[in-house]
Design a protein around this ligand. Structure first.
Ligand SMILES: Nc1nc2c(c(=O)[nH]1)N[C@H]1C(S)=C(S)[C@@H](COP(=O)(O)OP(=O)(O)OC[C@H]3O[C@@H](n4cnc5c(=O)[nH]c(N)nc54)[C@H](O)[C@@H]3O)O[C@H]1N2
Ligand SMILES: Nc1nc2c(c(=O)[nH]1)N[C@H]1C(S)=C(S)[C@@H](COP(=O)(O)OP(=O)(O)OC[C@H]3O[C@@H](n4cnc5c(=O)[nH]c(N)nc54)[C@H](O)[C@@H]3O)O[C@H]1N2
Ligand SMILES: [Mo]
Length: 707
């Protein structure tokens, strides 16, 4: 983006024509961000909740009180009484990610750490951990070279991608067709993306069955080059045995995809030289997200499409010693997965975090490690995790709750403190988390373009100050405070910037601390390359042995946990009285829960609507625009409905992130109303996905009645 700043105020944002990849494209939300930065409803001073509402306090007052109360809680109950939830935007700020992680881990090994990933990506990451030994080795389709792209559960024409990071993703997908290739979208809804390409409608939450039958055909019809696959992976026979019962004829009635289509797709995936299957949110948030994701990668592997040009490839920063980083990181993550479990559901910790669906129960269930103090940064879990009402009530039981946010949201409204933070234009940044998911390897870093608005302070600075104030109680914080002081004295910037700079310098294109003349550093990226640097036209292939964290350097297919998930598939109980299946729906002018206060995005009196198939609607005498009551076994909501033929019958789609109800301070958003779809989803520990602790957000059984 190009920001126009006048008199210290952000006045406009426009896309960057000179950007090598976006080439002058930005989505509506990007342009509307001026309205977030300058929002009159923005929180710009620390707020404390009092008997009559929130009142402004000084930073010193806020920090002193928070540190004192936290200290008392730690003294009485230990680190297990503290939790931190980091929401989605946290992943887009390197300093914030470090702050949340280091603060929580520094408190002590019993502290609870939650992220939005348990509603989003943990199943993907755990599938990677099982297959490749390390959660961060996540393959992406080689978008710029593939000739057959099968996308399951992703709608990049609206979302602009997730994991797979590619500016102008729509154009890159049209390029595939232009060069004679195909794009097939597997989705219960004829989404914006499905409408632009080929649509294969699937019954929600049945992708695992489709994938098992694809594997069945590949093995059964002798399409697989077994020797080649065995060069990359162990457990190929195990996999073949596992998918043997799943003939396409047997899965068709559940998936809604005819056996012939499955056979044709299996053959195309093997016979097209450059083909890739990619799954994302829709395949991650079902009841078997880890299994489904595991099977997507297995299909790529078995079809001969893993780690080859145009296939499913591992992008990476190519940091010096990457291989050993993966080995070490893998060992740490696998150990934490084996040894740390959710107190409530018993599910293993996924990348060091617990299921956010269970935060409420972690607060209300007595015993060792019961949460008494909660931090929420860049998150709005009341709207984003299952059963928001349960969570709202639970917040009332806490002894201390602190939000780091620039809005008074449905969640921060229940906190004792709201600490104001800068937006992304008020801090330097480097999209560290997403470096390894770029279809075209690319680096860009930005400096802050304006000073923090009001009294906003960065998440790192807040965590650092709290750590300093707690350093007498928490030994790790004493060490940490010492290290920070030393770095500053030696002329380094804070710890996060030092780490990220080191990564840039030791990675592909980096200056290797002076050994490579003219190589990249954070400073050079910001000063000399304002539009970013394309490092190479394509993602490197033939890197599997580096991407794998297992010492064997080979993909590991056989896992009892995966077999157990497969064994559960035929026994899924469907409750009586809920004949329809609910799925999600991302809208071009929403960003999860937090951009409904932007006039530009809300123009035209925008409202939340559910979508329902015309035939299902007709059966209930429901017409376009009617208010309907949607009920699941877990709750009910009332929303207006639009009828459509762009869904497979039996499916209802409901956008999430709505249900602003006046507890928050965002006036426009509150006026727009809507309902929290996560009143329909389940926070029952048994409904948390067993391998990764993911929330179950798609394929939820519902019924719909006219109001
Ligand atoms: N405009 C906009 N863009 C966004 C966001 C936003 O809120 N608004 N959010 C951002 C975030 S946080 C993320 S994680 C990404 C997500 O980006 P994507 O991964 O592209 O996810 P969605 O756009 O939710 O699309 C998921 C698709 O899966 C389909 N689906 C649902 N259930 C199933 C199923 O069981 N099987 C299959 N095969 N498909 C299913 C849905 O119909 C939908 O079309 O988007 C990001 N971009
Ligand atoms: N039913 C259903 N539920 C879903 C989904 C779904 O598809 N269906 N999608 C899920 C997905 S993919 C995700 S990622 C989660 C998102 O869930 P959350 O991350 O819990 O919620 P968001 O709505 O993204 O809220 C982000 C908050 O961060 C604040 N914020 C923005 N930028 C910053 C910043 O730089 N620093 C700080 N401190 N705060 C900031 C915003 O004001 C906002 O309050 O929701 C999930 N929930
Ligand atoms: Mo997400």
């Amino acid at each position: 983006m190009i920001a126009t700043v006048e008199d210290g105020r952000l006045t406009a944002l426009r896309p960057d024509k000179d950007h090598p990849l976006s080439a002058g494209f930005a989505c509506q939300k990007g342009i509307a961000f001026t309205e977030v930065v300058n929002d009159p409803d923005r929180v710009t001073r620390p707020l404390r909740r009092g008997p009559t509402g929130f009142e402004a306090v000084t930073w010193d007052e806020a920090m002193r009180d928070i540190a004192n109360r936290l200290s008392a809680i730690l003294r009485r109950r230990g680190s297990g009484a503290v939790g931190w939830y980091m929401g989605n935007p946290g992943a887009f700020s390197y300093a914030h990610t470090f702050a949340a992680l280091l603060f929580t881990k520094g408190l002590g090994r019993h502290a609870h750490y939650f992220t939005a990933s348990s509603q989003d990506t943990n199943s993907r990451l755990i599938a990677s951990q099982l297959l490749y030994g390390v959660p961060t080795s996540v393959p992406i389709p080689d978008l710029t070279r593939t000739d057959l792209l099968v996308m399951m559960g992703a709608n990049p024409l609206v979302s602009h991608g997730s994991f797979l990071t590619a500016p102008r993703i729509k154009d890159r997908m049209h390029d595939i067709v232009k060069r004679g290739g195909r794009v097939v979208i597997v989705d219960p809804r004829r989404s914006e993306t499905a409408a632009a390409f080929e649509w294969l409608g699937i019954v929600p939450d049945t992708d695992a069955l489709l994938l098992l039958s694809l594997l069945h055909v590949m093995f059964g019809d002798g399409l697989v080059d077994i020797t080649a696959v065995k060069r990359q992976a162990d457990g190929v026979d195990w996999l073949q045995e596992m998918c043997r019962p799943f003939t396409p004829e047997s899965t068709a009635s559940q998936t809604g995809i005819a056996a012939d289509s499955v056979r044709a797709l299996a053959r195309d995936l093997v016979n097209t030289r450059r083909a890739a299957v990619y799954g994302r949110l829709g395949t991650c948030v079902g009841t078997h997200g880890t299994l489904t994701t595991f099977l997507i990668d297995s299909v790529n592997l078995v079809a001969g499409n893993l780690d080859v040009p145009g296939g499913s490839v591992f992008s990476s920063m190519h940091t010096v010693g990457q291989r050993w980083q993966n080995v070490a990181m893998g060992a740490i993550m696998r150990r934490s997965y084996r040894t740390k479990r959710s107190r409530i559901s018993g599910t293993p910790n996924a990348i060091g975090s617990e299921p956010a669906a269970l935060i409420a129960k972690e607060i209300t269930t007595p015993g060792d490690r019961q949460i008494r103090a909660m931090f929420v940064s860049a998150g709005n879990p009341v709207l984003s995790v299952p059963n928001g009402e349960e969570l709202e009530a639970a917040f009332g039981e806490l002894e201390l709750s602190v939000a780091l946010d620039f809005y008074l949201t449905e969640t921060s409204a229940h906190c004792d403190y709201i600490l104001p933070v800068p937006t992304m234009y008020e801090r330097d940044d480097f999209p560290y988390t997403f470096q390894a998911f770029q279809a075209t390897p690319f680096r860009q870093a930005t400096a802050a373009v304006l000073a923090p608005v009001g009294e906003a302070r960065g998440e790192w600075d807040i965590a650092e100050e709290l750590a300093r104030r707690l350093s007498r109680r928490v030994p790790a914080f004493a060490v940490f405070t010492g290290v920070q002081k030393m770095l500053r004295r030696l002329g380094f910037e804070g710890l996060p910037r030092t780490i990220v700079d080191g990564l840039v310098r030791m990675s592909e294109g980096g200056d290797w601390f002076g050994l490579r003349r003219g190589g990249l550093t954070m400073r050079r990226l910001i000063e000399d390359h304002p539009h970013g640097v394309v490092l190479s036209p394509h993602v490197r292939t033939g890197v599997l042995r580096t991407a794998v964290g297992y010492l064997s350097r080979r993909v590991r297919l056989a896992h009892p946990g995966i077999a157990a998930e497969v064994a559960k598939l035929p026994h899924r109980a469907v409750p009586d009285g809920y004949p329809l299946r609910m799925i999600g729906l991302r809208e071009p002018r929403s960003e999860n829960s937090w951009m409904h206060n932007s006039p530009l995005l809300m123009r035209g009196d925008r409202r939340q609507h559910a979508l329902m198939h015309v035939d299902d609607a007709a059966e209930q005498d429901i017409s376009d625009g009617d208010e309907v009551r949607i009920s699941s076994p877990y709750g009910d909501i009332t929303v207006p409905v639009l009828t459509t033929k762009d869904l497979i019958a039996g499916v209802v789609a409901v956008p999430h992130g709505w249900g602003h109800k006046g507890t928050g301070g965002w006036r426009l958003a509150n006026g727009a109303g809507g309902a929290n779809v996560n009143q329909l989803t389940s926070s029952d520990p048994d409904d948390v996905e067993s391998l990764s602790g993911m929330a179950w957000l798609t394929g939820v059984p519902v019924r719909v009645r006219a109001v």
